[in-house]
Design a protein around this ligand. Sequence first.
Ligand SMILES: Nc1ncnc2c1ncn2[C@@H]1O[C@H](COP(=O)(O)OP(=O)(O)OP(=O)(O)O)[C@@H](O)[C@H]1O
Length: 275
Amino acid sequence: MNASTPALEVTGLVYAYKQNRAVDGIDLHVPQGSVYGLLGPNGAGKTTAIRAITTLLPIPPGMVRVFGRDPARDQMGVRRSLGYVPQQLSADAGLTGRENVANFARLFDVPRAVRAEKVERALDAVGLLEVADRMAKAYSGGMVRRLELAQALVSSPRLLILDEPTIGLDPIARDSVWRHIGDVRAATGMTVLVTTHYMDEAEEYCDQIALMHKGRIRAAGTPQQLIASLPPEASGTSLEDAFRYYSGGAGLEESEEGGDFRDVRSTRATASRVR
Ligand SMILES: Nc1ncnc2c1ncn2[C@@H]1O[C@H](COP(=O)(O)OP(=O)(O)OP(=O)(O)O)[C@@H](O)[C@H]1O
């Protein structure tokens, strides 16, 4: 693998829950070091695509390559290069920040000799070192999200996948999450694949965006290209206009709460479908 190998290459990815083709033949090309946004209304198939990419759903060979590796053939090899922050809460309220991150370090096989140091570095990278010995249940919503980021960063992933990383956070907490992601990227060259409903975030932080609707990619490019691609009758000037146009007017979700651990739990429980 060299620098021109894409961090992620998806070709004709299909995934169906019984009769429902949640992902209906998508292609993605994510260059190393980029921030790639997967946008789409509720039910577009974003989480299903991410679960297939992260080896959590079984897919046939040939549809996905992560740094050249096929998750259908080399599940462990792919997992080793990934960090994943799911929509569902992944931090344990009854543990301290440090204990939560240390658990992930063990789970992801971070070698024992460097484990303590990596845990400290991950906590430092998200600005939680000073509160690392407090229980996570005492954290604000934004701190919980940064803790989950630290959990995903502790194994030094080359591709970080974030499913709605800022959902339910106030604008200041959202900025803080993005600033920490940006710092880690600048330091490591990590690639980021992110889903979000916040168009302002996508426009500001994503190099490339794919707009997904009903299992398919409807348009892809830089935010500027997507806006420029709108036909005159769409009379659009923003990414939000592009989103509405390509998703047939499907609604944007807005939520602007800060809150604490309990609020995060209930916001995310609402945000994620009960399955
Ligand atoms: N475990 C499941 N079993 C059956 N159907 C599912 C399951 N998960 C998702 N689906 C269906 O697959 C489709 C895509 O859902 P998915 O969660 O991937 O979309 P999404 O774009 O991530 O939506 P959201 O923004 O709400 O998270 C929807 O029709 C959904 O009902």
